[in-house]
Design a protein around this ligand. Structure first.
Ligand SMILES: [Fe+2]
Ligand SMILES: [Fe+2]
Length: 336
Protein backbone atom coordinates (compact mmCIF):
# COMPACT_ATOMS: atom_id res chain seq x y z
CA UNK A 1 0.00 0.00 0.00
CA UNK A 2 1.43 3.40 -0.88
CA UNK A 3 2.04 6.08 1.70
CA UNK A 4 -0.61 8.32 0.13
CA UNK A 5 -3.13 5.53 0.13
CA UNK A 6 -2.32 4.78 3.75
CA UNK A 7 -2.71 8.43 4.79
CA UNK A 8 -6.12 8.60 3.17
CA UNK A 9 -7.37 5.66 5.21
CA UNK A 10 -9.65 6.26 8.16
CA UNK A 11 -7.85 6.25 11.50
CA UNK A 12 -9.51 2.97 12.57
CA UNK A 13 -8.29 1.21 9.43
CA UNK A 14 -4.71 2.45 9.88
CA UNK A 15 -4.83 1.35 13.50
CA UNK A 16 -6.08 -2.10 12.49
CA UNK A 17 -3.37 -2.33 9.84
CA UNK A 18 -0.75 -1.55 12.43
CA UNK A 19 -2.19 -4.08 14.87
CA UNK A 20 -2.28 -6.64 12.10
CA UNK A 21 1.31 -5.97 11.15
CA UNK A 22 2.46 -6.42 14.73
CA UNK A 23 0.54 -9.68 14.80
CA UNK A 24 2.26 -10.84 11.63
CA UNK A 25 5.72 -9.83 12.81
CA UNK A 26 5.16 -11.68 16.01
CA UNK A 27 4.00 -14.78 14.21
CA UNK A 28 7.00 -14.68 11.91
CA UNK A 29 9.19 -14.67 14.99
CA UNK A 30 7.24 -17.49 16.56
CA UNK A 31 7.83 -19.46 13.37
CA UNK A 32 11.53 -18.68 13.43
CA UNK A 33 11.76 -20.00 16.95
CA UNK A 34 9.89 -23.15 15.98
CA UNK A 35 12.16 -23.70 13.00
CA UNK A 36 15.18 -23.53 15.23
CA UNK A 37 13.65 -25.69 17.90
CA UNK A 38 13.01 -28.32 15.26
CA UNK A 39 16.72 -28.42 14.57
CA UNK A 40 17.77 -28.78 18.20
CA UNK A 41 18.11 -32.07 19.94
CA UNK A 42 15.67 -31.65 22.77
CA UNK A 43 16.45 -35.05 24.14
CA UNK A 44 19.77 -33.58 25.27
CA UNK A 45 18.53 -30.10 26.10
CA UNK A 46 15.59 -31.02 28.26
CA UNK A 47 16.77 -34.26 29.73
CA UNK A 48 15.19 -33.50 33.09
CA UNK A 49 11.79 -33.01 31.48
CA UNK A 50 12.14 -36.15 29.48
CA UNK A 51 13.07 -38.29 32.44
CA UNK A 52 10.14 -36.96 34.39
CA UNK A 53 7.70 -37.30 31.54
CA UNK A 54 8.93 -40.61 30.26
CA UNK A 55 8.09 -42.10 33.62
CA UNK A 56 4.57 -41.00 32.95
CA UNK A 57 4.67 -42.76 29.61
CA UNK A 58 3.77 -39.75 27.55
CA UNK A 59 6.26 -40.31 24.75
CA UNK A 60 4.55 -40.41 21.41
CA UNK A 61 5.85 -42.96 19.02
CA UNK A 62 7.78 -41.05 16.37
CA UNK A 63 6.08 -40.82 13.02
CA UNK A 64 7.80 -42.34 10.05
CA UNK A 65 10.68 -40.02 9.23
CA UNK A 66 9.77 -40.07 5.57
CA UNK A 67 7.15 -37.47 6.37
CA UNK A 68 9.89 -35.04 7.33
CA UNK A 69 12.20 -33.08 5.05
CA UNK A 70 12.50 -35.52 2.21
CA UNK A 71 11.19 -33.68 -0.81
CA UNK A 72 13.43 -32.55 -3.62
CA UNK A 73 12.63 -28.95 -2.85
CA UNK A 74 13.40 -28.91 0.82
CA UNK A 75 16.22 -31.34 1.34
CA UNK A 76 18.89 -28.75 0.55
CA UNK A 77 17.61 -25.96 2.76
CA UNK A 78 20.26 -23.82 4.41
CA UNK A 79 18.96 -24.09 7.93
CA UNK A 80 21.32 -21.33 9.09
CA UNK A 81 19.13 -18.90 7.22
CA UNK A 82 16.46 -19.57 9.81
CA UNK A 83 18.68 -19.20 12.83
CA UNK A 84 17.38 -15.90 14.11
CA UNK A 85 16.37 -17.30 17.43
CA UNK A 86 18.29 -14.72 19.48
CA UNK A 87 16.58 -11.80 17.74
CA UNK A 88 13.16 -13.31 17.98
CA UNK A 89 13.50 -14.63 21.47
CA UNK A 90 12.65 -11.61 23.66
CA UNK A 91 9.48 -10.58 21.92
CA UNK A 92 8.39 -14.18 21.58
CA UNK A 93 9.01 -14.78 25.25
CA UNK A 94 6.91 -11.77 26.23
CA UNK A 95 4.14 -12.98 23.96
CA UNK A 96 4.13 -16.44 25.52
CA UNK A 97 4.14 -15.01 29.03
CA UNK A 98 0.83 -13.37 28.24
CA UNK A 99 -0.57 -16.30 26.26
CA UNK A 100 0.34 -18.86 28.92
CA UNK A 101 -1.15 -16.74 31.70
CA UNK A 102 -4.45 -16.11 29.93
CA UNK A 103 -5.31 -19.32 28.07
CA UNK A 104 -7.46 -20.91 30.77
CA UNK A 105 -10.23 -23.49 30.69
CA UNK A 106 -12.75 -20.74 31.49
CA UNK A 107 -11.58 -18.59 28.60
CA UNK A 108 -11.56 -21.58 26.26
CA UNK A 109 -15.14 -22.53 27.05
CA UNK A 110 -16.28 -18.93 26.58
CA UNK A 111 -14.46 -18.63 23.24
CA UNK A 112 -16.16 -21.80 22.00
CA UNK A 113 -19.57 -20.57 23.12
CA UNK A 114 -18.94 -17.23 21.39
CA UNK A 115 -17.89 -19.04 18.23
CA UNK A 116 -21.09 -21.04 18.11
CA UNK A 117 -23.52 -18.33 19.14
CA UNK A 118 -22.21 -15.14 17.57
CA UNK A 119 -22.29 -14.24 13.91
CA UNK A 120 -19.17 -12.57 12.57
CA UNK A 121 -19.08 -12.43 8.78
CA UNK A 122 -20.30 -14.26 5.68
CA UNK A 123 -18.15 -14.37 2.57
CA UNK A 124 -16.39 -16.70 0.17
CA UNK A 125 -13.06 -18.25 1.13
CA UNK A 126 -11.26 -16.10 -1.43
CA UNK A 127 -12.94 -12.96 -0.08
CA UNK A 128 -11.77 -14.04 3.36
CA UNK A 129 -8.20 -14.26 2.11
CA UNK A 130 -8.49 -10.82 0.53
CA UNK A 131 -9.97 -9.37 3.70
CA UNK A 132 -7.14 -10.81 5.75
CA UNK A 133 -4.60 -9.57 3.25
CA UNK A 134 -6.02 -6.06 3.24
CA UNK A 135 -6.07 -5.82 6.98
CA UNK A 136 -2.54 -7.07 7.37
CA UNK A 137 -0.97 -5.26 4.44
CA UNK A 138 0.47 -1.79 5.03
CA UNK A 139 3.64 0.07 4.13
CA UNK A 140 5.63 -1.10 7.10
CA UNK A 141 9.26 -1.37 5.95
CA UNK A 142 9.55 -4.65 7.80
CA UNK A 143 6.93 -6.17 5.55
CA UNK A 144 8.11 -9.44 4.19
CA UNK A 145 5.11 -11.23 2.81
CA UNK A 146 1.40 -10.64 2.80
CA UNK A 147 -1.05 -13.24 4.00
CA UNK A 148 -2.01 -14.21 0.45
CA UNK A 149 1.68 -14.54 -0.44
CA UNK A 150 2.19 -16.98 2.42
CA UNK A 151 -1.03 -18.84 1.57
CA UNK A 152 -0.05 -19.19 -2.10
CA UNK A 153 3.56 -20.10 -1.38
CA UNK A 154 2.43 -22.84 0.98
CA UNK A 155 -0.22 -24.11 -1.47
CA UNK A 156 2.12 -23.94 -4.47
CA UNK A 157 4.87 -25.82 -2.64
CA UNK A 158 2.35 -28.57 -1.85
CA UNK A 159 1.08 -28.57 -5.43
CA UNK A 160 4.63 -28.67 -6.83
CA UNK A 161 5.27 -31.80 -4.79
CA UNK A 162 2.35 -33.48 -6.54
CA UNK A 163 0.23 -33.66 -3.40
CA UNK A 164 -3.57 -34.14 -3.62
CA UNK A 165 -5.86 -31.21 -4.30
CA UNK A 166 -7.31 -31.19 -0.79
CA UNK A 167 -3.77 -30.89 0.57
CA UNK A 168 -3.11 -27.91 -1.70
CA UNK A 169 -6.24 -26.24 -0.39
CA UNK A 170 -5.06 -26.72 3.19
CA UNK A 171 -1.94 -24.77 2.22
CA UNK A 172 -4.13 -21.95 0.97
CA UNK A 173 -6.49 -21.69 3.94
CA UNK A 174 -4.53 -22.93 6.95
CA UNK A 175 -4.01 -19.41 8.34
CA UNK A 176 -7.34 -17.96 7.28
CA UNK A 177 -8.48 -18.25 10.89
CA UNK A 178 -6.38 -15.19 11.65
CA UNK A 179 -9.49 -13.28 10.62
CA UNK A 180 -10.39 -13.92 14.23
CA UNK A 181 -8.05 -11.10 15.14
CA UNK A 182 -10.44 -8.65 13.52
CA UNK A 183 -13.60 -10.17 14.94
CA UNK A 184 -13.64 -10.83 18.64
CA UNK A 185 -10.17 -11.73 19.82
CA UNK A 186 -8.80 -10.23 23.02
CA UNK A 187 -5.32 -9.67 21.58
CA UNK A 188 -2.58 -11.63 19.90
CA UNK A 189 -2.47 -14.30 22.57
CA UNK A 190 -5.80 -15.83 21.48
CA UNK A 191 -4.98 -15.80 17.75
CA UNK A 192 -1.40 -16.94 17.14
CA UNK A 193 1.42 -18.86 18.81
CA UNK A 194 1.92 -22.51 19.61
CA UNK A 195 -1.14 -24.25 20.98
CA UNK A 196 -1.48 -26.70 23.88
CA UNK A 197 -4.22 -28.48 25.81
CA UNK A 198 -5.98 -26.70 28.66
CA UNK A 199 -7.70 -28.66 31.43
CA UNK A 200 -4.73 -30.87 32.26
CA UNK A 201 -1.12 -30.42 33.35
CA UNK A 202 0.89 -28.16 31.06
CA UNK A 203 3.72 -30.17 29.51
CA UNK A 204 7.25 -29.01 30.12
CA UNK A 205 7.82 -29.49 26.43
CA UNK A 206 5.71 -26.45 25.64
CA UNK A 207 7.91 -23.46 24.85
CA UNK A 208 8.68 -21.32 27.96
CA UNK A 209 6.83 -23.70 30.30
CA UNK A 210 7.72 -21.71 33.41
CA UNK A 211 5.31 -18.95 32.33
CA UNK A 212 2.32 -21.18 33.11
CA UNK A 213 2.84 -20.39 36.78
CA UNK A 214 0.81 -17.23 36.23
CA UNK A 215 -2.10 -19.17 34.74
CA UNK A 216 -4.94 -19.57 37.31
CA UNK A 217 -5.38 -23.18 36.17
CA UNK A 218 -1.81 -24.00 37.18
CA UNK A 219 -2.78 -24.47 40.81
CA UNK A 220 -6.30 -25.74 40.21
CA UNK A 221 -6.44 -29.41 41.30
CA UNK A 222 -9.07 -30.13 38.66
CA UNK A 223 -6.75 -29.05 35.88
CA UNK A 224 -3.19 -29.61 37.05
CA UNK A 225 -2.92 -33.38 37.03
CA UNK A 226 -1.59 -35.48 34.18
CA UNK A 227 -5.05 -36.22 32.75
CA UNK A 228 -6.96 -33.35 34.37
CA UNK A 229 -10.50 -33.35 32.98
CA UNK A 230 -9.59 -35.96 30.34
CA UNK A 231 -8.84 -39.67 30.45
CA UNK A 232 -6.06 -41.92 29.21
CA UNK A 233 -5.93 -42.07 25.40
CA UNK A 234 -9.28 -40.27 25.14
CA UNK A 235 -8.30 -38.85 21.75
CA UNK A 236 -7.29 -35.28 20.94
CA UNK A 237 -10.72 -34.54 19.55
CA UNK A 238 -12.00 -34.56 23.13
CA UNK A 239 -9.22 -32.26 24.31
CA UNK A 240 -9.65 -28.49 24.43
CA UNK A 241 -6.67 -26.95 22.70
CA UNK A 242 -5.84 -23.35 23.50
CA UNK A 243 -8.03 -21.03 21.43
CA UNK A 244 -6.54 -19.45 18.33
CA UNK A 245 -6.63 -19.29 14.52
CA UNK A 246 -6.09 -23.04 14.16
CA UNK A 247 -8.99 -24.20 16.30
CA UNK A 248 -11.25 -21.48 14.92
CA UNK A 249 -10.51 -22.30 11.26
CA UNK A 250 -10.86 -26.01 11.94
CA UNK A 251 -14.43 -25.47 13.11
CA UNK A 252 -15.20 -23.18 10.15
CA UNK A 253 -13.81 -25.75 7.69
CA UNK A 254 -15.49 -28.68 9.41
CA UNK A 255 -18.83 -26.93 9.22
CA UNK A 256 -18.57 -25.68 5.65
CA UNK A 257 -16.28 -27.96 3.65
CA UNK A 258 -16.02 -31.53 2.47
CA UNK A 259 -12.29 -31.67 3.23
CA UNK A 260 -11.03 -35.08 4.48
CA UNK A 261 -10.14 -35.65 8.12
CA UNK A 262 -6.41 -35.35 7.39
CA UNK A 263 -6.96 -31.87 6.02
CA UNK A 264 -9.00 -30.83 9.04
CA UNK A 265 -6.29 -32.19 11.35
CA UNK A 266 -3.60 -30.24 9.48
CA UNK A 267 -5.57 -27.04 10.00
CA UNK A 268 -6.43 -27.79 13.61
CA UNK A 269 -3.04 -28.93 14.84
CA UNK A 270 -0.55 -27.01 12.73
CA UNK A 271 0.47 -24.83 15.72
CA UNK A 272 0.39 -27.71 18.21
CA UNK A 273 4.20 -27.85 18.25
CA UNK A 274 4.42 -29.48 21.70
CA UNK A 275 2.73 -32.46 20.06
CA UNK A 276 3.91 -32.63 16.46
CA UNK A 277 7.46 -31.44 17.10
CA UNK A 278 8.17 -32.24 20.77
CA UNK A 279 6.11 -35.43 21.04
CA UNK A 280 4.30 -34.45 24.22
CA UNK A 281 0.80 -35.55 25.27
CA UNK A 282 1.05 -39.03 23.81
CA UNK A 283 -1.12 -40.23 26.69
CA UNK A 284 -4.09 -38.27 25.37
CA UNK A 285 -3.85 -39.69 21.85
CA UNK A 286 -5.97 -42.46 20.39
CA UNK A 287 -5.17 -44.61 17.36
CA UNK A 288 -6.74 -42.10 14.99
CA UNK A 289 -4.43 -39.33 16.26
CA UNK A 290 -1.38 -41.38 15.29
CA UNK A 291 -2.49 -41.18 11.69
CA UNK A 292 -3.31 -37.51 12.02
CA UNK A 293 0.16 -36.82 13.42
CA UNK A 294 1.68 -38.05 10.17
CA UNK A 295 -0.54 -35.70 8.21
CA UNK A 296 0.25 -32.71 10.42
CA UNK A 297 3.98 -33.36 10.17
CA UNK A 298 3.69 -33.68 6.41
CA UNK A 299 2.04 -30.28 6.28
CA UNK A 300 4.38 -28.55 8.71
CA UNK A 301 7.41 -28.40 6.44
CA UNK A 302 5.47 -26.53 3.78
CA UNK A 303 4.21 -24.00 6.33
CA UNK A 304 7.67 -23.38 7.78
CA UNK A 305 9.87 -23.46 4.75
CA UNK A 306 7.87 -22.17 1.80
CA UNK A 307 8.50 -18.52 2.76
CA UNK A 308 11.88 -18.69 1.08
CA UNK A 309 10.19 -19.45 -2.22
CA UNK A 310 9.34 -17.03 -5.00
CA UNK A 311 6.39 -14.68 -4.73
CA UNK A 312 3.56 -15.62 -7.04
CA UNK A 313 1.30 -13.54 -9.22
CA UNK A 314 -1.98 -13.61 -7.32
CA UNK A 315 -4.19 -12.82 -10.33
CA UNK A 316 -2.53 -15.53 -12.39
CA UNK A 317 -3.14 -18.21 -9.76
CA UNK A 318 -6.57 -17.01 -8.70
CA UNK A 319 -8.64 -19.05 -11.24
CA UNK A 320 -6.91 -22.30 -10.21
CA UNK A 321 -7.52 -21.73 -6.53
CA UNK A 322 -11.07 -20.42 -7.00
CA UNK A 323 -11.91 -23.75 -8.64
CA UNK A 324 -10.15 -25.63 -5.85
CA UNK A 325 -12.10 -23.70 -3.22
CA UNK A 326 -15.42 -24.40 -4.96
CA UNK A 327 -14.60 -28.11 -5.11
CA UNK A 328 -14.31 -28.41 -1.33
CA UNK A 329 -16.52 -25.55 -0.14
CA UNK A 330 -19.63 -26.28 -2.23
CA UNK A 331 -21.76 -23.71 -0.39
CA UNK A 332 -19.47 -20.96 -1.72
CA UNK A 333 -20.51 -18.37 0.88
CA UNK A 334 -19.10 -19.35 4.24
CA UNK A 335 -20.17 -18.43 7.73
CA UNK A 336 -17.07 -17.12 9.48
FE1 LIG B 1 -0.80 -20.70 11.40
FE1 LIG C 1 1.23 -20.49 8.07
Amino acid sequence: MSRIAKESLPAKQVCENRKGKILEKLEDEVHKVNKLRGKLDHRKESKAFEEEEEEEGDKVEKANESWLLTTEYYKNIDTKAFRQYELACDRVKQFYEEQHAKQTVAYNIQARIDFKTKSRDKMSVWQGLEKLNKLLDDSDPDTELSQIDHALQTAEAIRRDGQPRWFQLVGLIHDLGKLLYFFDSKGQWDVVGDTFPVGCKFSKRIIFPESFRKNPDFLNPLYNTKYGIYSKNCGLDKVMLSWGHDEYMYHVAKRSSILPVEALAMIRYHSFYPWHQEYAYGYLMDEHDKEMLKAVKAFNKYDLYSKIDQQYDIEELKPYYMELIDEFFPGKIIEF
